[in-house]
Write a protein that binds this ligand. Structure first.
Ligand SMILES: NC(=O)c1ccc[n+]([C@@H]2O[C@H](COP(=O)([O-])OP(=O)(O)OC[C@H]3O[C@@H](n4cnc5c(N)ncnc54)[C@H](OP(=O)(O)O)[C@@H]3O)[C@@H](O)[C@H]2O)c1
Length: 314
């Protein structure tokens, strides 16, 4: 049994419990993926940047018997050694070009050199694969990395989960509890995909341990239109919510351009204009996940609904 001062020993890998290497394990999603991998009994090796190995997140990982390895992404030899023996490398990194393209490529190259058979990139998003370049800065970076991923001999699986449902009670200015409005642009009946971060992590852990995954896995805890969000907010709070249509998608595009010009914040991963690009991609239907979804692939997962998340805000 681990104690706060004495973390448990790392779990050894066996043929039926193969080692998973997890990059970005100290992040919000990464910590949850590590937790669900350990819940399934999998040995986990977390690649953590040297500056974070003494942090609380790394301690939390060790307390779950995760092996924490200091990883310098610019050192290919050390990165190959860190990937050696893994059945799958999972990336939960977050950042801009130097992370999504550069660090993930270093990780991918190390995984290939170490003979790792499978790789799950840090996609965890709406379906960026069919979007035109320039419509979402962060998705452009994912497609750029995807082109590299498809050129190397490794079995890649992307988990596409729509928007994190948790954002409906935070960053995403859609369901507004003050004025009791659901704010949108475009069509109130356009289906939108939402999944909690916890469900995404649970599904990703299962996928990491499943040697037969296809190139894409698409999940959504709930597919809800704006009218569906209105019903969910009303149900969650017991108070009537109204719709507020700000305008059409063309006007939204212009607002995004103006916001980006006035508040570029280009070094931020999620500046306000990028969040607006994300909503535009969803409201237009271009980033909608193709159905049928893969929700039932691991039947033990219970998918959290929008009204449950909104009720939790109260
Ligand atoms: N679908 C959605 O609505 C949605 C919303 C939010 C996020 N996401 C996605 O979910 C994934 C994880 O996001 P998150 O919120 O969990 O991220 P996070 O909490 O910011 O964690 C990011 C992780 O990446 C690591 N990292 C950052 N820069 C790095 C670098 N240059 N080299 C190596 N490691 C680096 C961090 O390590 P350190 O601890 O060393 O800093 C940390 O472990 C990302 O793909 C993100 O885009 C999706």
């Amino acid at each position: 049994m681990a104690t706060a001062s004495q973390p448990a020993a790392a779990t050894p890998s066996t043929p039926d419990k193969p080692l998973i290497v997890l990059a970005g394990a100290t992040g919000q999603l990464g910590l949850l993926i590590a937790h669900f991998l350990r819940q399934r009994g999998a040995p986990v090796r977390a690649l953590v940047r040297p500056g974070a190995v003494a942090g609380a997140e790394a301690t939390s990982l060790r307390l779950q018997s995760v092996e924490v390895v200091a990883a310098d992404y610019s050192d290919p030899t050390a990165l190959i050694e860190a990937c050696t023996g893994a059945s799958c490398v999972v990336s939960a990194l977050s950042g801009l070009r130097e992370v999504i393209v550069d660090a993930q490529t270093q990780l991918l190259d190390a995984a290939v050199a170490a003979g790792v058979p499978r790789f799950i990139p840090s996609d965890f998003s709406a379906d960026f694969t069919r979007l035109p370049d320039g419509s979402n800065r962060n998705f452009d970076l994912r497609r750029e990395f995807q082109r590299r991923l498809e050129q190397v001999p490794i079995q890649a699986t992307s988990v596409l989960n729509g928007m994190f449902m948790d954002l409906l009670t935070g960053q995403a200015p859609v369901v507004l509890p003050g004025p009791k409005r659901v704010v949108y642009w475009g069509d109130a009946d356009q289906p939108l995909d939402f999944t909690t971060m916890t469900n995404t992590a649970e599904f990703t852990a299962a996928a990491a341990l499943d040697a037969t995954t296809p190139r894409y896995l698409r999940v959504a805890g709930e597919v809800a239109s704006i009218r569906g969000l209105q019903a969910a907010a009303t149900r969650a709070t017991g108070q009537p919510y109204k719709l507020f249509r700000v305008g059409g998608l063309g006007a939204f595009g212009k607002v995004i351009q103006v916001t980006k010009a006035l508040m570029p914040a280009s070094s931020e991963v999620f500046p306000p204009w990028q969040g607006m690009q994300y909503l535009h991609n969803m409201f237009s239907g271009q980033a909608k996940l193709a159905e049928p979804l893969d929700n039932d692939r691991y039947p033990e997962i219970r998918w959290t609904q929008v009204h449950e998340v909104l009720a939790g805000r109260q």
